[in-house]
Design a protein around this ligand. Sequence first.
Ligand code: MG
Length: 348
Amino acid sequence: MSQRGIQCAVPVADSTERIVLAHGEGGRLLRRFLRERIAPRFAPDAPWRFDDAATLSDLRGPLAFATDSFVVSPLFFPGGDIGRLAVHGTVNDLAVRGAIPRYLSLAMILEEGLPLATLDAILDSVAAAARECAVRIVAGDTKVVPRGAADGVFLNTAGVGELVDPVPPGPIALRPGDQILVSGPVGRHGIAILAAREHLAFDPPPTSDCASLLPAVNAIRHLAPSALRDATRGGVAAVLHEWAEESGLGITLEEARVPVSAEVRGACELLGIDPLHIANEGTMVVAMPAERAQAARDALHQLALCQQAEILGEVRSSRGVNAVTIRRGLGREQPLDDPQGAPLPRIC
Ligand code: MG
C-alpha cells in the first residue's frame, strides 16, 4: 500500500542510513528493505515471497488470537527494548489465556529519519525473542510517516496460539478461599521505564521483567488454575480489581507477602507509589483453588524467573464497599486503590 494516492516516477535517494518516506511506498526501496532486512531475519530457510497473506496449515484448533500495539519510550531500556516487548506482550496474552503461541505478525510504523541501525537492532531483538518463544513471524507490514508524526518506531503484533487443556476458565470461576499468587517480584517494568526515561540514577538500576510467561504457565497448567492474567498496565492491582468485578467476590492481600525487589521498593518509596500499581511485562497473577496453591508455588519456584513466586492473598465471599483490600504491616485492612489510568504513559 502506498502512502500517497499517486505513484510518481521521481527518483528517490537510496538512503542506506535512515528511513525515508519511500521505504513505505511499495516501490523498489520497500522491496529491497524487505529482502535485506526482513526476510533474512524472519524467513531464513524459506524462499521469500511477496504475498498478500500467510497460510497456516499446521494449526490445531480451538485457537486463541490476540493483538497489541507498542509505543514505549525510550525504545531501549534496561532489560529490554520495544522489539522484545512486542513479541513477549502478545506471546504472554496468548500464554495466560491457556494457549501455546505459534505465529505472530509484525506491523511497523516508522518515523522518517529513523536511523537504520536503530531499526536493525530492534529487528534483531524481535527475531531473538521469537526464537526464544518458538513462535514464527509470518506476516507483516511497513508504513513510514513524516518526521514528527510518530516517535521513531511504533510496533503492532498479532498472534495465534493453540489452546491446550485444561483451558483456564477465567475470573468467573473464582471461588471463596481461592488463593492469589504472583509469579515474581512486582513493578519491575514500569520502574525500569520511568528510571530510563527520566534519567533517574538508582543504584543498582532497575531492570524490566520483560520475558515470556509460557514456561510459568506450562509449569502450573496441570494444576488447573482458575484464572491467569499478565499484570501489565495498572499492575497487579488492576488485575485484582477486574477479577473482583467479574466474579462479584472480594479479594484480600497481605502486603508483607508481596515480592518486591530492593530497587523497585526504593524507587517506589522515593516516588510515593505502590509497586502493586506498576506495570509488569513478564509477571502474572494466578488464582488457584486453595488445595493446589502450594503445589503451584512450588512448581513456579523450579523456574529461574519465578524463584520469588508467592501466595499473597485470597478470594473472599463477602464484599464490602472495597472489593480489594490489603493488610499493611500489623495494621487494619485498607482498600487497595483501583488505578484510574496508568500512572506512567507509554510504558509498553
Ligand atoms: Mg494481558
